[in-house]
Write a protein that binds this ligand. Structure first.
Ligand SMILES: [Zn+2]
Length: 160
């Protein structure tokens, strides 16, 4: 048997993969390639798997594009509310009065115990001059029921 790489006579060859072709090499040359333990089917099935992964990625990317215009309540809405309130030198009570809501409601919002309704969110955004909605980065972001209506409304607006 001869090594296909250096041509040396050898008693034992190893099948390795170098730049997608399989060759029989001697022990000295086998470090140049990746050793293959199974038959020829391996390379093609590996390519098929890679292809499948690539396809999946492409699909994932395009659905992300679809999501780009969708917005939902920011995960850190409670921090945004609290920060803006403090910046405006308002107590929870004062903010509640401005919004015509109870102080306990503001406390719940700032503890993330409660998500604001669409109406309340808009009032908070206007009063505190903040943005509580943010773009959804991926489809895995959990959807909230309160933002669902708004999302559909956005879509209708875009289409008409
Ligand atoms: Zn060799």
């Amino acid at each position: 048997m001869n090594c296909e790489l250096c041509g040396k006579k050898t008693s034992r060859t190893t099948t390795v993969s170098i730049e997608n072709s399989e060759i029989e090499v001697c022990d000295e040359c086998k470090s140049y390639g990746k050793e293959i333990f199974k038959g020829k089917g391996d390379i093609s099935s590996k390519n098929q798997i890679l292809q499948r992964i690539k396809n999946k990625k492409r699909v994932g990317r395009s659905s992300e594009m679809d999501e780009i215009n969708k917005k939902e309540l920011a995960l850190d809405y409670s921090e945004r509310i609290e920060r803006a309130r403090i910046e405006k030198n308002l107590t929870q009570e004062e903010l509640a009065k401005k919004l015509n809501e109870k102080k306990s409601l503001i406390a719940k919002l700032e503890r993330s115990d409660m998500r604001p309704s669409d109406d309340l969110r808009k009032k908070l955004e206007q009063t505190l001059n903040i943005e509580l909605m943010e773009k959804i980065e991926s489809t895995s972001t959990k959807k909230s029921e309160s933002s669902k209506g708004l999302t559909i409304g956005d879509l209708i607006d875009t289409e008409s």
